[in-house]
Each structure stands twice: as C-alpha cells, then as structure tokens.
Design a protein around this ligand. Structure first.
Ligand code: G6P
Length: 363
C-alpha cells in the first residue's frame, strides 16, 4: 500500500497533488471529443436541463449551472440526487438529465436517473469509471479521466468534473451563439494553462492551510456568491468530512436573513471571492463589523473593497485575470489542504473518515 501512495503518507494528499495531471488528462481527453458537441446540442434542444448528483459531484454540478448560465444563457437546475424523486413529476420527454458521479455507482444518483428515464427524459452520464452502472444507463456519455481515486474524500475527481463541465459549458456557449468562436478559443486556451495554475495554487495554499489548521475548531461559515457559492459548499463539505469541524456554506447574501445572528467575536468566516461576485466584499465587511475573524480567499488580482478592516485577512491565491473558469482551480485546493492538515495534526485518518464510504450503493 505504501508503494501505491507514491511516497505520500496518505492517498488524499497524493491525490490532491495529482490534480494538475488529472485535469490535464481531462482536458486532453475531452477537448476534441465529438461527444461534447453531441451533449451541447442535446442541451440546446432540451426543454429543461436537470443536473443530478450527490456529495462533491453535486458541487461540480453547481459550478456547471453557474457557468452554463453565463456562457450559454441556459438555466440548468442542479438537484441533489436523493431529492429528485420529489420533483420528478416535473420531468418529461424533451428534458435532459445530466448525472454526475465519479464512481458511476451511487445509489441515489442511479435511482434519480431511472426515475427520470421512466418519465421519458434523456440521460447524459458524467463519470470517472468506464462501464460503471451510470455509464451503462446513459444515452450519452462523458468521462472525466482523472485516474482512480482511493481517498474517500473526492479531490482530483472534483476538479476533473469541473474541467469537463467547463469544457461542456464553453461548447454549449459556442453552439448557442452567445460565445463567439474567438471567445470560446480564448477560454479553451486559458483552460490549457490550468495544470500550471493548479501547481502554483497548491504551492501557495499548503503553507496557508497548515497555518490556519491550528486555529480551526468549533464552527465556521464558508461563504460565496455565484460561482464562489459552489466552491464554498465544496470547501465546507471537505472541512466537515475530513477535519470533523462544523462548517456551513450558504450563499453570502443570505447572511442578513438569519445566519449572521450566530456571529460573535472571533467566529471564523471564510469568504470565497470570485470575479462574478465582488459584492462579497460587503459581506466580509458586515461579518467583520460583528467581530468575526474573516478570511477572504481570492485570486490575487481580484480587487475588492475591504479597506479599513484590520480583522479581515486576505488570502491571495494565484491570479485569474478575471477568467471565471480558472477560479475553481485557484480557490478549491486551500480547503482540501486545510481539511487534510487539520485531520493529520489531530490524528484522524484522512483516507478513511468515520461513518463515510467512498461510494454509497444503498438507499
Ligand atoms: C460518497 C463519498 C463522497 C462523494 C459522494 C458521491 O458520499 O463519500 O465523497 O462525493 O459519495 O459520489 P459519486 O461517486 O456519485 O460522485
């Protein structure tokens, strides 16, 4: 087993550091694949586009909704697989269900797919495992090609899903006529740089994660808006499942509708700032005004109005040049590494978190 960890103490950290290679393989394996074009056409001709997924894959689905709306002007409803049965009456022939599952074996997602198929919907399977149950159930298939993931927490498969779904949203944008071919090519060129951007991000994130891991206990909020809200949710899931620290993510604009009541001096609040939502600066300031310990995680070149707040710590990650598609890769690894560093420093096994399974094949 030690050998397959390639010198790393755990699979999770090995897989975190494999991310540059994983996303390169996803990019190269898909960018010219005609299947992307077929799925884009299906998206454009569908009455409704519904994404179903569980856990981390659900967060990749949320990233997709955000980018598909922006690039193709299409609203995809991203729904947690186990909730689909309660909404299934709204689905019929003419709708497209995109099921995202790294394993392709998650019971909830397979059930959602079967129920949607009974209603006549067409299914696209997005998996990391060729020949998996989801793969077999689907009419159209896309593969993330991240290589096998052993750690229970999804890391490299998440960013590979993000890469693949970004490629899809760009293709759909092009097919919709909203993105000019030159704009689409520019985005694809930016995505080609992701392996390097990710390598730089890992280097920048790890020391910060180690420093932050010492002070993380109790409870924390992880907030964002737009694309940042999806990244925040994935960050909070990692922190809960691996570090056993209660972290709650919700769209930052909701603070004033309830959650801010919980904030008192020293309460940790992470703000995931993306270039589609500079308004998070206001949320950071309002949290700081209540005494929260605020950390704003952002691309270095994203300007935010945070003036005059000494209790706000800026965590600058590599720049994104305002390319939204780069930002999940720039902002996610900090939370992966933070949860890993907390787990290791407290003696938990990050590869096998308590009560969790890599793939849940039962109801
Ligand atoms: C389990 C794992 C999660 C994973 C989820 C969905 O709960 O612990 O890490 O995100 O299943 O898995 P899938 O294979 O469908 O992406």
């Amino acid at each position: 087993e030690a050998a397959s960890k390639g010198g790393y103490p755990h699979f999770m950290i090995k897989e975190i550091y494999e991310q540059p290679q994983a996303v390169r393989d996803t990019y190269e394996g898909n960018v010219e694949d005609p299947a992307l074009g077929r799925v884009s056409s299906a998206i454009l001709s569908a009455n409704k586009v519904i994404v179903v997924a569980a856990g981390t894959s659900y967060h990749a689905g949320l990233v997709f909704s955000s980018l598909l709306a922006r690039r193709a002007g299409i609203l995809a409803h991203t729904i947690i697989s186990s909730e689909l049965p309660y909404l299934v009456d709204s689905i019929d022939g003419g709708d497209l269900v995109i099921a995202v599952s790294q394993s392709g074996e998650t019971y909830d997602t397979l059930e959602a797919v079967r129920k949607a198929k009974e209603r006549g919907a067409a299914v696209v399977g997005v998996t990391n495992v060729l020949g998996s149950a989801l793969d077999r159930e689907s009419q159209l298939r896309l593969y993330t090609r991240a290589g096998p993931e052993i750690g229970v927490a999804a890391t490299k498969t998440f960013l590979s899903q993000v890469m693949l779904l970004e490629l899809l949203s760009i293709r759909a944008g092009e097919a919709s006529g909203r993105l000019r071919p030159s704009e689409a090519n520019e985005l694809l060129r930016a995505l080609r740089e992701v392996p390097q951007v990710l390598a730089n991000t890992l280097e920048a994130s790890d020391p910060v994660a180690t420093a932050l891991s010492k002070g993380l206990s109790g409870s924390a909020y992880i907030l964002g808006r737009g694309l940042g809200a999806a990244i925040a949710r994935e960050g909070a899931l990692k922190v809960k499942e691996i570090a056993y620290v209660h972290a709650e993510a919700y769209p930052a604009g909701e603070s004033k509708h309830g959650p801010i009541a919980l904030v008192e001096r020293g309460f940790p609040v992470f703000i995931v700032a993306t270039s589609d939502a500079r308004e998070v600066a206001g949320n950071a300031v309002e949290m700081a005004a209540r005494g929260a310990r605020v950390y704003v995680v952002k691309p270095a070149d994203l300007g935010l109005e945070l003036e005059g707040r000494e209790s706000i710590t800026r965590i600058d990650m590599p720049p994104s040049s305002g390319v939204l598609e780069l930002e999940p890769f720039i902002l996610t690894p900090l939370f992966q590494l933070l949860s890993y560093r907390v787990a290791v420093s407290r003696g938990y096994n990050p590869d096998k978190p308590r009560n969790l399974a890599k793939t849940v094949t039962v109801e």
